[in-house]
Write a protein that binds this ligand. Structure first.
Ligand code: 5MM
Length: 341
């Protein structure tokens, strides 16, 4: 492992003013997204949609440091035969790859999941590196509910995240470590704080046990936020302060960067929260976005599967990428959204 090079890539992924586009929806997830805009999820439509994003020159070169791809996409070519990976590289952005293979029910833990995909991962990483991937992503999913998460679910998922991260670094690939505490429940912000703390502590404990070099990784956590069904939603400043307080308590300063997931927040909420977190300032890590839905909902709607809508889809993507780029340095303001509208 060349740690200096891993650290260089990790720092590039969190360049101030830029963040990561999570375009790694598995076939089932992208079908759900396409169903919502009444587009059939064919291989060509998935390619056309992602090509539209990767050819958004302004967004890709100014605001997107890296793109997380799904296995199908990393091997796909654009309509003119150029590999999609090349489009990303030509825009000055870094290609990355989702390497987990989704979740399975965790035995003896009703309602809980464990992320799988470690088998043959070393061989897969080698092929992805040859294709151009310089970072990878693995997402663990922790749900909050009555009596969950169990210690077992937190432990097995943290263990798998660390196994994955160690394998990535051995393959000269920067691991994005994503322990996602879902915001689907009716829990309040304090319960999210408590659970996210347990999850982050266990994750870093496992990363240390498995000798992962913290300087060569990126953390992709959830923000500390109330569940979507909670009647007690926290304000933007409360989310920002509790998130920063928890991260300071759990995330070593050796980690170069933190890139949040959006987790089902609205586009503008995800931007406002990121902005408020960065506005607090004096943080030991660079903090940015690694959004899927909060970057793509608007371009998906604007595109709606029609080639004549590609410029509108690209405009919508450029706008969201720009807003989040500003939020990554605490320079976003709500009136910038209205101006664009
Ligand atoms: C883009 O969504 C990613 C893939 O999800 P599936 O593996 O379930 O298809 C997902 O891992 C994503 O990278 C993160 O959860 C962040 O996305 P959001 O939409 O929460 O910002």
């Amino acid at each position: 492992m060349n740690l200096a090079d891993l650290n260089k890539v990790a720092l590039a992924m969190v360049t101030p003013g830029k963040g990561i586009l999570a375009a790694d929806e598995s076939t089932g997830t992208i079908k759900k997204r396409f169903d919502a805009i009444k587009v059939e999820s064919t291989e060509d439509n998935r390619r056309d949609y992602r090509e539209m994003l990767f050819r958004s020159q302004e967004a890709m070169s100014k605001y997107i440091s890296g793109v997380i791809l799904y296995d199908e996409t990393i091997w796909q070519n654009a309509k003119d035969g150029t590999p999609l990976v090349k489009l990303i590289e030509q825009a000055g952005s870094i290609p990355g790859i989702k390497v987990d293979e989704g979740t399975q029910a965790l035995p003896n833990c009703p309602g809980e999941l464990v992320t799988v995909g470690l088998d043959k991962l070393a061989e897969r990483l080698k092929k992805y590196y040859e294709r151009g991937a310089r970072f990878a992503k693995w997402r663990a999913v922790i749900d909050i509910g009555s009596g969950i998460p169990s210690m077992t679910a937190i432990h097995v998922n943290a263990h798998a995240l660390a196994r994955y991260a160690a394998l990535c670094q051995a393959a000269q690939i920067v691991p994005i470590v994503e322990p996602e505490v879902l915001m689907d429940g009716d829990h309040d912000i304090d319960r999210c704080y408590e659970v996210t703390g347990r999850v982050l502590n266990k994750t870093f404990q496992e990363l240390r046990v498995q000798r992962v070099a913290l300087e060569g990784m990126i953390l992709k956590p959830n923000m500390v936020i109330a569940g979507k069904k909670s009647g007690k939603q926290a304000g933007v400043q409360d989310v920002a302060e509790k998130t920063v307080r928890l991260l300071k308590a759990c995330v070593p300063a050796a980690v170069p960067g933190i890139a949040f997931l959006s987790g089902g927040q609205s586009d503008e909420e995800a931007t406002a929260h990121l902005n408020a977190i960065n506005a607090i300032g004096n943080l030991p890590w660079k903090i940015t976005f690694s959004y899927g839905r909060a970057l793509q909902a608007a371009p998906q709607k604007a595109w709606s599967g029609k080639s004549e809508n590609v410029p509108a889809g690209q405009r919508a993507f450029i706008h969201r990428a720009h807003m989040n780029g500003l939020a990554s340095t605490g320079k976003w303001a709500a009136d910038l959204e209205k101006k664009a509208a």
